[in-house]
Design a protein around this ligand. Structure first.
Ligand code: SF4
Length: 157
């Protein structure tokens, strides 16, 4: 059975920063018959609810900085991602929540230190780990859109 890693909030888990969810019925319809493995790096690292963070281009590369304190919150998110992919080396497909600084695949906002927008197509920290591992990765909205007219992935779903 194909194995799909998916942002837990898309399954209806109330793990968003504000304690809400992003349940996506159309997406789950497309994933019938596959094994789903949920993840949420931010809930694991910081709990829920929690202050938001943004991706910032820094001198040390792209970091997720707290919008409350300015602290670099990247290390625990990246450590969670490393542990997740070590535990699940056989993931066939990664589906991340659009626009998330952790889970967005080609949809996260990237700013400079003055909060000027540099890109709206950046990759979140956990999605970056999936891409680096060679896993096919999609934003949830794009996956649903494309799968309505095409077979978009190795899953053929
Ligand atoms: S987008 Fe990612 S980090 Fe944010 S709530 Fe969903 S699973 Fe958690």
């Amino acid at each position: 059975m194909k194995k799909v890693a998916i942002s837990a909030c898309l399954l209806g888990n109330r793990c968003r920063y504000d304690g809400r969810e992003n349940y996506n019925a159309k997406l789950l319809e497309k994933l019938k018959g596959v094994e789903i493995v949920a993840f949420c790096p931010e809930d694991f690292a910081f709990g829920t609810p929690r202050p938001t963070m943004d991706l910032i281009e820094t001198e040390q590369g792209i970091k997720a900085l707290s919008n409350l304190t300015g602290a670099d919150l990247s290390p625990p998110v990246e450590a969670y991602a490393d542990a997740f992919f070590d535990t699940h080396p056989d993931i066939d497909l990664f589906i991340g929540k659009d626009r998330s600084p952790s889970c967005g695949v080609r949809s996260a906002k990237l700013y400079d230190r003055e909060k000027n927008l540099l890109s709206a197509e950046a990759t979140g920290l956990m999605a970056t780990k999936a891409v680096e591992a060679g896993i096919e990765a999609w934003d949830a909205e794009a996956f649903v859109e494309n799968s309505q007219s095409n077979r978009t992935s190795r899953l053929d779903v």
